[in-house]
Design a protein around this ligand. Structure first.
Ligand code: FES
Length: 149
């Protein structure tokens, strides 16, 4: 038996489907790799011009990203972008991950509405900053002791 709540949910998701791809809805509703990695090898927190912040953690073995996670205080499309970028880079080399662009995230999400495309840019910029941190920590590992994560 369907309740009024179920009907409202259906209406909302029917509306969401007009705007967003199935992939975006899936990653926004069931984000992959959300959370913090303690003792990460790379970390960055970047705030975009819209005021939303994304954080990305990287764990590497040699040159390979073996684990990654993200957190954001942004909207559903920001969550979907963080979820997708962490899925894309798992198992990739630092070099390959460094080349992931906003467009790669948009393609993997089957697109975002134009007004939300900057969410994918925030994810790409945060990843680049986390990789820079990872490279810097490799050079000067003692700095890790002064980091929040
Ligand atoms: Fe600000 Fe998505 S709305 S990053």
């Amino acid at each position: 038996m369907s309740t009024e709540f179920d009907e409202l949910q259906e209406l909302l998701s029917a509306d969401a489907r007009k705007l967003y791809s199935e992939t975006v809805i899936d990653h926004a509703m069931n984000p992959r790799n959300a959370g913090i990695i303690q003792d990460a090898d790379g970390f960055a927190s970047v705030t975009g011009p819209c005021g939303d912040t994304m954080e990305i953690w990287l764990k590497v073995n040699g040159d390979t990203i073996i684990n990654t996670s993200f957190m954001t205080d942004g909207c559903g499309t920001t969550i979907a972008s963080g979820s997708m970028i962490t899925e894309i880079i798992k198992g990739k080399s630092i070099d390959e991950a460094q080349r992931i662009s906003q467009q790669d995230i948009l393609d993997a999400l089957d697109g975002l509405p134009q007004e939300s495309e900057h969410c994918a840019l925030l994810a790409a910029n945060t990843l680049r900053a986390a990789i820079r941190d990872c490279i810097a920590m490799k050079r000067e590992p003692w700095k890790k002791a002064y980091r929040k994560y």
